[in-house]
Design a protein around this ligand. Structure first.
Ligand code: DC
Length: 204
């Protein structure tokens, strides 16, 4: 049976994960949050105490297991979904996701996941790299103000303390790093539908 693939790309806080979760639930598809995978690699790198600037130190990835269940990410059998949202991880994940060998390994795992089930996959490079033949491709954007406010509200729900002005700076910095990195910089696939969600409700 052919599995359906829905690709959802865009910058941090544009509403990707909220929409992806709802659509996946509605359609009975598996939601794959690829940002959480890059965050989980960052978490493991920090726990192992490797030199995070040294790409060769990330070879632990080849023996790391990732699995999604009900929108939760399990790394090596442990649910890391909440843990990977910390500010410390947010501030280091751009570095980790800039390494080609890290990207290649995660892209391969993501492609394998999409072979087995129908997926709604969100990230930065899904439409043009991970699932170039996806059945549906969307690129969600929103203003920095709106995205910082959303992330702040998200954090509140997760009991993570944050400050909107600081979030704006962090988001702008991450946008810059994500769109200017050498490997798979954030951009819409040429055949993606671009949606500005700044003034849209979740239902819209
Ligand atoms: O969506 P997020 O904020 O959880 O993503 C965390 C970081 O991971 C983000 O700064 C860019 C990177 N990322 C990526 O490079 N490619 C993806 N497919 C998903 C995320």
């Amino acid at each position: 049976m052919k599995h359906i693939q829905i690709a959802l790309d865009g910058p941090a806080g544009a509403g990707k994960s909220t929409i992806a979760k709802l659509v996946a639930k509605d359609l009975g598809f598996t939601y794959i949050d690829t940002g959480a995978m890059y965050r989980a690699v960052t978490l493991k790198a920090m726990k192992l105490g490797i030199d995070m600037n040294n790409e060769a130190d990330y070879e632990f990835l080849y023996s790391t297991q990732f699995q999604f269940e009900d929108g939760h990410l399990f790394m090596d059998g442990i649910d890391v979904s909440n843990h990977v949202r910390s500010t410390e991880i947010s501030n280091n994940v751009s570095l980790v996701s800039s390494f080609l060998s890290v990207r290649e390994q995660l892209v391969m795992i993501q492609q394998e996941m999409a072979q087995k089930v129908s997926v709604v996959m969100d990230g930065r490079d899904i439409g043009f790299k991970v699932l170039p033949d996806a059945d549906f491709k969307f690129f969600l954007t929103a203003s920095i103000e709106e995205r910082a406010t959303r992330r702040h509200q998200d954090n509140l729900k997760r009991n993570i303390h944050s400050n909107i002005e600081q979030l704006k700076e962090e988001i702008a910095r991450r946008d810059y790093l994500d769109t200017t990195r050498e490997h798979s910089p954030l951009r819409p696939a040429t055949d993606a539908l671009i949606v500005d969600t700044s003034h849209m409700s979740i239902a819209e």
